[in-house]
Design a protein around this ligand. Structure first.
Ligand code: ZN
Length: 218
């Protein structure tokens, strides 16, 4: 079996040799796929979200798409089933506004044990693709997950989610003065990214923004 890195190279090669993707990323339909990797039906169903406000301690947030069953199952294919080709697909829904004057992109970190289990951190892939697209560097050395926590998805109560995240991240002192954009796939209650932002600001980060692919509730 190919490692995820090798698989990705294979896809790059395939993309270079063949014009466009062959199947819709959301429904697997094989006809009339656009450069965005979608068929006309799925593209028509996408709902873009307005950028939310008042999300302290975050200084700003951009979210691409309204969450849906189709997006949810594509996210699962990407992060749980190792289909790393979804990184490029999802990156087209991430954005970094010019007025943020961002210095660096920081993927929401995964605990090393979880990364070992999954073989990759999907937010790192998103950050690397987005970095290429927008010309802002990314780093995985500025924020760490130091405590293994139960999957947030299993926890419904927002207060329990916040408690679950407390004390689970650590920031490098080099974040001092930086304008940072956190990169995540799904923005749900915000418990994870709020905790990241708190830790980064405590370590001296100037601004902390969030760019996420999708959200069910904002
Ligand atoms: Zn489709």
């Amino acid at each position: 079996m190919l490692s995820s890195g090798r698989k990705e190279q294979f896809h790059f090669l395939a993309d270079a040799l063949m014009p466009g993707p062959y199947q819709c990323y959301l429904c697997d339909e094989e006809d009339m796929i656009g450069e965005d990797g979608l068929c006309d039906t799925c593209r028509a169903k996408l709902k873009y979200l307005p950028n939310p406000t008042y999300l302290q301690p975050l200084d700003g947030v951009t979210i691409g798409l309204q969450y849906s069953d189709e997006i949810s199952s594509a996210v699962m294919r990407f992060k749980k089933h190792g289909q790393t080709e979804y990184a490029g697909f999802f990156t087209q829904f991430l954005s970094v506004p010019k007025e943020w004057n961002a210095d660096i992109l920081v993927p929401v970190p995964m605990h090393p044990f979880k990364k070992w289990l999954r073989r990759f951190n999907h937010t790192e892939l998103l950050a690397s693709y987005l970095s290429n697209a927008v010309g802002i560097p990314y780093s995985t050395k500025l924020l760490y997950k130091i405590r293994f926590t139960p999957d947030q998805k299993a926890l419904k109560d927002p207060a329990v989610r916040r408690r679950n995240m407390r004390g689970s991240f650590s920031a490098d002192p080099h974040v001092k003065g930086l304008r940072i954009v956190l990169i995540d796939d799904v923005f749900t209650t915000g418990a994870t990214v709020y905790e990241c932002a708190k830790v980064l600001k405590r370590a001296g980060a100037d601004k902390v923004y969030l760019s996420a692919v999708t959200s069910p509730s904002h």
